[in-house]
Design a protein around this ligand. Structure first.
Ligand SMILES: *[C@@H]1O[C@H](CO)[C@@H](O)[C@H](O)[C@H]1NC(C)=O
Ligand SMILES: *[C@@H]1O[C@H](CO)[C@@H](O)[C@H](O)[C@H]1NC(C)=O
Length: 273
């Protein structure tokens, strides 16, 4: 039952995040907020409960959360008394989040990674607004262009394919040529966004984005939206009404609409069961 609830909520959030029925707008606003879940992953090795590693991991996560009140990126290495107890970690907020939103997001991601990867020596969680990763093997500063997550929307209507694909490619080359770790652009109905992790250099960022954008184009075809997350960067695009619009308005509305989400997931479970 617990698993079904999670699945229902996940598929609900995945499907409504990118669709803009007026009916679903309130739900979309909440589920596509900076704190909503995109993906997570855990390493196989496990640490022992109440070990020195666990206590170092807790210090690490606390440091990440505290740092997110004043910086959109940071990394830490917590040394142990033995080499087996060392833990490395970082977070990266999407470049246009305010500091309070970044701090809230990293706090949620740090909690989430703990429940998503209980007793794993390494774990990572990406929320819409921020990413948190820790591991007992060092990964800080290393380029990582492995694909971690990809999602493509359904194709745009045939008559609009050429226009949308043309605009998307223009937006993507704008992002490629932009500077900095966070880049946004738009053309007509198409919006794009790219973010590198703060631990890699400018040239590595460009190289990583080139890979992500190449995959978006080749793997998502004429989709209405696409997201490609690699180890150290991500690139996304969408046509109007998809992920672009909701993030700004999250906090004041979240509490107001929680009962609506509860009701909807209840209804979905009724339908499913
Ligand atoms: C991480 O922890 C696992 C399990 O204790 C261990 O097998 C592995 O060698 C560790 N990796 C590093 C880099 O210390
Ligand atoms: C950040 O930029 C994206 C892309 O333009 C936009 O959709 C989002 O609303 C922005 N977030 C904030 C908090 O301004």
């Amino acid at each position: 039952m617990a698993i079904m609830t999670t699945n229902a909520m996940l598929s609900l959030s995945l499907s409504v995040c990118f669709i803009s029925f007026p009916f679903f707008l309130a739900i979309q606003t909440v589920l596509c907020s900076t704190d909503s879940f995109v993906f997570g992953g855990c390493s196989q090795p496990q640490y022992a409960p109440n070990s020195a590693f666990e206590s170092n991991l807790n210090s690490l996560l606390t440091s990440l959360v505290n740092s997110a009140t004043y910086s959109s990126y940071n990394s830490y290495t917590i040394m142990g008394s033995t080499p087996q107890d060392v833990v490395y970690g970082m977070y990266q907020c999407r470049g246009n989040l305010s500091m309070p939103d970044c701090a809230t997001c990293v706090a949620r991601a740090a909690t989430r990674v703990g429940s998503y990867c209980p007793t794993a020596c390494g774990g990572a969680v990406q929320l819409q607004g921020c990413y948190v990763k820790y591991d007992n093997a060092t990964f800080l500063g290393a380029v990582d262009k492995n694909e971690v997550y990809k999602k493509c929307g359904t194709s745009v209507e045939y008559a609009k394919e050429d226009e949308i694909v043309g605009r998307r490619d223009a937006v993507m080359s704008g992002l490629m040529n932009g500077g900095g770790m966070f880049r946004v652009g738009g053309s007509g109905e198409v919006q794009g966004l790219a973010q590198c992790m703060g631990d890699i250099g400018v040239g590595e960022c460009r190289d990583c984005l080139s890979e992500a954008i190449g995959r978006l184009k080749s793997e998502c075809g004429a989709a209405a939206y696409g997201d490609v997350y690699l180890g150290k960067c991500y690139a996304r695009f969408s046509t109007v009404g998809a992920w672009g619009n909701a993030a700004k308005r999250h906090s004041p509305l979240t509490l107001d609409y929680l009962p609506v989400i509860g009701l909807l997931s209840f209804l979905m479970l009724k339908v499913a069961g």
